[in-house]
Design a protein around this ligand. Structure first.
Ligand code: NAD
Length: 332
C-alpha cells in the first residue's frame, strides 16, 4: 500500500480530485490518501498558507497528487506551487502531450514530452521595484548546475523511454549569458547520450514550428517561463488544458498535478474535465512501479474518450465531471 499526500486545491480542484480518487478506488489501486491542503482555504481556517502538516506529510510520503491552487495576480501571497517546487528542489516539470483517439484536434501524431526547468529563471522570485524611478526588475537567474540537471534529466528520460531526439528551446541569441548557459549544458548532456539526436531552436521559431508541424518534436527541454508558456501551447494542440498531465520531480520527491489551473470560471458547476489530473495520477502510478493499474485505468479512459456523450463539455460532450468519472469506472 502506498501512502500518498493528496492536495485537493482550489476552484475545480476538489471536483477533479474526487473523480480521480473514485476511479482509483474502483480499480482497487493500492494507495492510501493522506489529505492536506494549502492556499487561501487553509489561510482562512488556520492562518497558514502552507500548513506544517502538509509539509510533514510531503516529507514523510515523498509522493503527492495535487489539485490546482489559485495564486492572486499582482499582489497577495507568492505562488504555493512555485514555493513547493523550490523548497523541495523539484527541478523537473514533465508534461507529456499526445494526440488521443476520440479527442478532436487539428493535428495527428503528436507525442512529445516537455521538460521545463522548474525552480529558476524568471520564477526565481527575485524582483525589485523602485517606486521613485518607476522601474521593476525581475531577475532571470539561471545556474550552471540547474541547467545541467534539467538537460541531463531530459536526455536520461529520452534514453530510458526509447525516444530519438531532444530539442532545446532557448533565446541564447538575445540572452547571451543565461541562454548560453542552458545551451552549453544541453550540449554537454548530449555528449553523454550520442545515440540521441540533439537540436536547438530559438523560442520564437519553436512556437511557430510547434503550431505548424508539432509531430516533428519528441522530447523538448527549456527554461521555466518558456516551459510554462509552451506547455499550455502544447495542451492546445492535443485537446486543451483539460487533458494534459504533469509532474514536478526532484531526486527524492515527486508532486503530480495537471498543467491547468483552478479554472474559477467553471468551478463548482460539474463542468471540469478530470482527465488531466487522472493522467497525472497515472504518471504517479508509473513512478510508484504500479504499471498494471496505470495501464488498466488508461485503457478505460481511452475507451470512454471515444464516446463523446460520456465526455465533459470541453471535449464536445454533455457529461458532468461525476458522470464522466462513472463512465470511466464502468469501462474498467
Ligand atoms: P486555468 O488553467 O485555470 O484555466 C484556463 C481555461 O481553461 C479556463 O477557461 C478554464 O475553464 C479551462 N480549463 C482549465 N482546466 C480545465 C479542466 N480540467 N476542464 C475544463 N476546462 C478547463 O488558467 P487561469 O484561469 O489562467 O488560472 C486560474 C488560477 O489557477 C490562477 O490563480 C493561476 O495562478 C492558477 N494556476 C495554478 C496552477 C497550479 O496549481 N499548478 C497552474 C496554472 C494556474
Amino acid at each position: 500500500m502506498h501512502l500518498i499526500t493528496l492536495i485537493p486545491g482550489d476552484g475545480i480542484g476538489p471536483e477533479i480530485t474526487k473523480a480521480v480518487t473514485d476511479i482509483f478506488a474502483a480499480a482497487k489501486v493500492p494507495v492510501q490518501w493522506e489529505e492536506q491542503n494549502a492556499g487561501q482555504t487553509t489561510f482562512d481556517q488556520s492562518g497558514e498558507l502552507i500548513p506544517q502538516a502538509l509539509l510533514s506529510s510531503l516529507e514523510k510520503n515523498r509522493v503527492a497528487l495535487k489539485g490546482p491552487i489559485t495564486t492572486p495576480v499582482g499582489k497577495g501571497f507568492r505562488s504555493i506551487n512555485v514555493t513547493l517546487r523550490q523548497k523541495y528542489d523539484l527541478y523537473q516539470n514533465v508534461r507529456p502531450s499526445k494526440t488521443t483517439d476520440g479527442i478532436k484536434t487539428r493535428y495527428e501524431g503528436i507525442d512529445l514530452v516537455l521538460f521545463r526547468e522548474n525552480t529558476e529563471g524568471l520564477y526565481s522570485g527575485l524582483e525589485v521595484y523602485d517606486e521613485r524611478l518607476g522601474i521593476a526588475d525581475s531577475f532571470n537567474r539561471i545556474t550552471k548546475e540547474g541547467s545541467r540537471k534539467i538537460c541531463r534529466a531530459a536526455f536520461a528520460y529520452a534514453d530510458k523511454h526509447g525516444r530519438k531526439k531532444v530539442t532545446l528551446a532557448h533565446k541564447a541569441n538575445i540572452l547571451k549569458m543565461a541562454g548560453t548557459l542552458m545551451l552549453n549544458a544541453c550540449k554537454e548532456a548530449s555528449n553523454e547520450f550520442p545515440h540521441i539526436v540533439f537540436e536547438d531552436k530559438i523560442i520564437d521559431n519553436m512556437c511557430m514550428q510547434l503550431v505548424n508541424k508539432p509531430e516533428q518534436f519528441d522530447v523538448v527541454v527549456t527554461t521555466n517561463l518558456f516551459g510554462d508558456i509552451l506547455s499550455d501551447l502544447c495542451a492546445g494542440l492535443v485537446g486543451g488544458l483539460g487533458v494534459v498531465a504533469g509532474a514536478n520531480i526532484g531526486d527524492d520527491m515527486a508532486i503530480f498535478e495537471a498543467v491547468h489551473g483552478s479554472a474559477p470560471d467553471i468551478a463548482g458547476q460539474g463542468k471540469a474535465n478530470p482527465t488531466a489530473l487522472l493522467r497525472s495520477g497515472l504518471m504517479m502510478l508509473h513512478h510508484l512501479g504500479e504499471h498494471t493499474y496505470a495501464d488498466q485505468i488508461e485503457k478505460a479512459l481511452e475507451k470512454t474518450l471515444k464516446d463523446k456523450d460520456k465526455c465533459t463539455g470541453d471535449l464536445g460532450g454533455k457529461a458532468t465531471t461525476t458522470e464522466f468519472a462513472q463512465a470511466i469506472i464502468a469501462n474498467l
